[in-house]
Design a protein around this ligand. Sequence first.
Ligand code: SAM
Ligand code: SF4
Length: 335
Amino acid sequence: MSHSPFTKPLVDRFGRVVNYLRVSITDRCDFRCLYCMAEDMEFLPRSQILTLEEIQFICQTFVGLGVSKIRITGGEPLVRNGALGLLQQLGQLQGLDELVMTTNGSQLATMAAAIKAAGVKRINISLDTLDAEKFRILTRTGDLPQVLRGIDAAVAAGFERIKLNAVVLKDRNHLEVADLVGFAVDKGIDISFIEEMPLGVVDSHNRSVAFYPSEQIRQDLQQRFRLSPLNDSTGGPSRYWQVDGSSSRVGFISPHSANFCSSCNRVRLTAEGRLLLCLGNEHSVDLKAVVRQSPGDSQQLQQAIVDAMQIKPEQHHFDIHQQPIIMRHMNKTGG
Ligand code: SAM
Ligand code: SF4
């Protein structure tokens, strides 16, 4: 009997079901965070990135193959013209249970309510420091008060669980982890701390020296908060702890100190239209070529996606002490 891509869920060689797609809708950004980009970045020309219609078509096809969660990310997704229209279309896809987004928060003050109305259930907002001067240094261009207004607008818009994301670098912001948790508790939102990943060459710091492990952050936090481990798995790489006496949870994303590959349920679509099977490997398939060769042919696209599952690697091998093996920066990949 012939293999039908229409009826089966996406399963890789290791039996992992892929039901989560992360989509970078642009490699551009209004910030230049030290850990994400070099100061001088060259961005892709418009013709090389997927059009919004192509993104919508690819997302729809993934949903047809059983993907139930899509995260829109970038670059900064909200700096792409038409981002809101895309969210509105994706919000109406039958079979998509969760449309979520990751943003640096710079546009939320004006856009949060419309994003919620479009059907985005949850958002993650990046925030590494509460010190405006340090924020400017870490993001190179960012304005902290603007992002704080964005966070307030997101809270007011009523998203289900807002989560802050903080990348922690030793001697840059590691002394602020408890203040960041205090801020999250005050706002009634969650926060995850992320270990820096060696993606692309950065010129601002030595990643090996700046490495600050999750376990150390947890110990630091316990000086000020009582944290109780939570068993609920969100299907993602975060491990969560409840901040006692509050509604907030603290998560740790530890690509170095805790490997989460065995339960990986996700793939990524880059702004250029490459389907990346693993954040820490180069295995990918050019879906832009497929959709541009046969526009509107969902069967061809489905077959390409089903076939791609065969090259999803078993795990990543990050080594913070080596030169990055992955030369693409996070803004291309979609974090
Ligand atoms: N611009 C949006 C933002 O900053 O939230 C979305 C894209 S950004 C690439 C997604 C997430 O990746 C952010 O939380 C960011 O802090 C994180 N990130 C960027 N570079 C990273 C790196 N080298 N290691 C770990 N996390 C990184
Ligand atoms: Fe932009 Fe997000 Fe990368 Fe910072 S982490 S430079 S906000 S894409």
